[in-house]
Design a protein around this ligand. Structure first.
Ligand SMILES: [Zn+2]
Length: 408
């Protein structure tokens, strides 16, 4: 049976107002939902729409996709703790190694708290890395899997087997294989130069493992400058050589900030051809290490945003709201028009803005999954700029509890 949501606001196109300012036109529609899908989008004419739930003019937007998280690391339900200062990545890893075994018994509980927190902002997909290391073996992998399975009827997810303390450490290669045998979706990697000290060998192992188990790859790449670029080129060489078919992502990829035009353009063209996806947390601190997201997008390279680890031993400040990442991105790159801000929402929802000045189109089509985020805003740009927290979330046609108590 079809059920109806009335007074739903959908954007249709951009236009210029009398002062030449870009604005966004909207329409009130009725959405028909059946069997997890949007089956009808009816433009409302006064008094002539089917009986249904009144959405009171809330704006309907695509849901958020958290593309880089560490569900196993958060302290979330254990109370507040600021991050311990360290001098470098080596010290940070040593600190983490000390507490891994202490935190492991509460992995299910902590991951569950993070999932609820992310859902409260409107997430419909989570890609999480999970530590695979000699200190805790597969404990966190099992815990995160258990926590996510509870939500599998409406939340999609991917688990990356992530050798956080280095691929070549003790029995890590065997543990990685075990995680893949037990269903990890992607092979993770970390700084083939800075952590593994073996660029070629590390990449060869990761690509081979992914090939053997028919999985994608997601590498945390913090290595900077020429070393980072050489790592990317080595990865591309190997992917091209074996005609790699699965998804490949580079998280962080600070090294892609290349000043030389020719070198940058050539590399971005290869990234696009090989379908390498860039995941960014949109860092905007004094080191300003963001990859050039606009140039990557122009070159046809897919870019998505993620929170990375937070409320954990790595970071205290991240909110977990991907819309905040979009807002930060707009602020640091000077995007201020409604069109620029609305187009930037693609990095949080995985869908390019479908409408323009010349063509009218809704964010949604009939026949697609009823994953919808309802927000009190007049347009996407206002939602990003104002970031209201009163949200309603429909996943696969079901209302999801996004109440404040689920948010930390
Ligand atoms: Zn990470």
């Amino acid at each position: 049976m079809i059920r109806y949501l009335n007074n739903v606001r959908l954007e249709t196109n951009f236009y210029k107002d009398e002062t030449d300012l870009t604005r966004t036109a909207t329409e009130l529609v009725t959405l028909g939902i059946e069997n997890e899908k949007i089956v009808e989008i009816l433009v409302q004419k006064e008094g002539s729409y089917p009986k249904g739930e009144d959405m009171k003019g809330l704006l309907a937007l695509p849901t958020l996709r958290e593309m880089h998280n560490h569900l196993d690391k958060t302290y979330m339900p254990l109370g507040w703790r600021a991050t311990t200062p360290v001098a470098n990545l080596k010290e940070r890893l040593a600190l983490e190694a000390n507490e891994l075994a202490l935190l492991a018994p509460s992995t299910v509980l902590r991951a569950d708290a993070m999932i609820k927190h992310l859902l409260s902002y409107g997430v419909s997909h989570i890609r999480t890395h999970v530590n695979i290391d000699p200190y805790i073996g597969l404990t966190n992998f099992h815990g995160v899997k258990e926590a996510l399975e509870k939500y599998k009827d409406y939340l999609t997810y991917e688990i990356v087997a992530f050798p956080q303390h280095g691929y070549f450490l003790e029995n890590t290669p065997e543990l990685m294989e075990q995680a893949l045998q037990e269903g990890a979706d992607l092979v993770g990697g970390l700084d083939p130069a800075g952590i593994d000290f073996a660029i070629e060998d590390s990449i060869t192992e990761l690509v081979q493992l992914a090939q053997n188990y028919d999985r994608g790859i997601d590498i945390h790449l913090h290595d900077l400058g020429d070393v980072g670029v050489y790592t990317v080129e080595t990865l591309l060489d190997q992917l091209e050589r074996c005609d790699f078919k699965h998804s490949v992502a580079l998280s962080h990829a600070f090294c892609l900030k290349i000043s030389e035009d020719k070198k940058r353009n050539e590399l971005f063209e290869r990234l696009s051809k090989t379908n390498v996806h860039i995941m960014s947390t949109v860092p905007y601190d004094l080191r300003d290490r963001r990859p050039p997201i606009d140039q990557l997008t122009q070159a046809g390279v897919a870019v998505s945003f993620g929170s990375d680890g937070f409320f954990d031993s790595w970071s205290s400040f991240v909110s977990g709201d991907l819309v905040e990442k979009v807002k930060n991105f707009c602020e640091v790159t000077g995007k201020i028009t409604e069109e620029e801000i609305a187009r930037s929402y693609q990095y949080a929802c995985g869908k390019p803005c479908p409408f323009s000045f010349d063509s009218k189109k809704y964010w949604f089509d009939e026949g697609e999954l009823a994953n919808i985020l309802f927000v009190p805003a007049s347009c996407t740009a206002e939602f990003v700029a104002r970031r209201p927290l009163e949200r309603k979330l429909l996943l696969r046609g079901k209302w999801i509890d996004v109440s404040d108590e689920n948010r930390y």
